[in-house]
Design a protein around this ligand. Sequence first.
Ligand SMILES: Nc1nc2c([nH]c(=O)n2[C@@H]2O[C@H](COP(=O)(O)OP(=O)(O)OP(=O)(O)O)[C@@H](O)[C@H]2O)c(=O)[nH]1
Length: 134
Amino acid sequence: MGECVIVSAVGLIDRDGRVLLTTRPEGKDYAGFWEFPGGKIEDGERAESALVRELREELGIRTEESCLAPFSFGTDSDTGLLLLLFLCRKWDGAAQGLEGQELKWVAPSELLAHDMPPIDRPLAAQLRDFLSGL
Ligand SMILES: Nc1nc2c([nH]c(=O)n2[C@@H]2O[C@H](COP(=O)(O)OP(=O)(O)OP(=O)(O)O)[C@@H](O)[C@H]2O)c(=O)[nH]1
């Protein structure tokens, strides 16, 4: 049986209710696909602190664990990936692509128009429905 990889990711929601998607950098799996910012949880790390760290490293923004609300999760039986999706509406700084990734603030209704890894699609649909008040 393969190893389980746990990834923390976040739907950052701005004041206009748009969600930040970023591209996966060249050389990584799903390069060029759109994803929720985040990354793998390191050994002994908690999901929230991993996300606070990744947001600082990848986007140069600062947030706190108390600003991260658990939203949903997804699993991929082929890769053993477990993706934990949080939501965040409060952070300091303006997001930048510090690892060369593209950034795009996307209206909820446009989320599914973006190429995403398979695990993200149902999560994006849930997020769209949640933000549209369905
Ligand atoms: N951050 C993020 N990763 C995702 C999403 N969807 C998805 O399948 N993944 C997968 O989750 C894994 C996250 O790994 P990563 O490469 O971003 O993590 P990391 O920054 O810790 O990478 P590293 O191990 O290359 O340093 C990848 O296999 C990636 O394809 C998503 O929405 N956000």
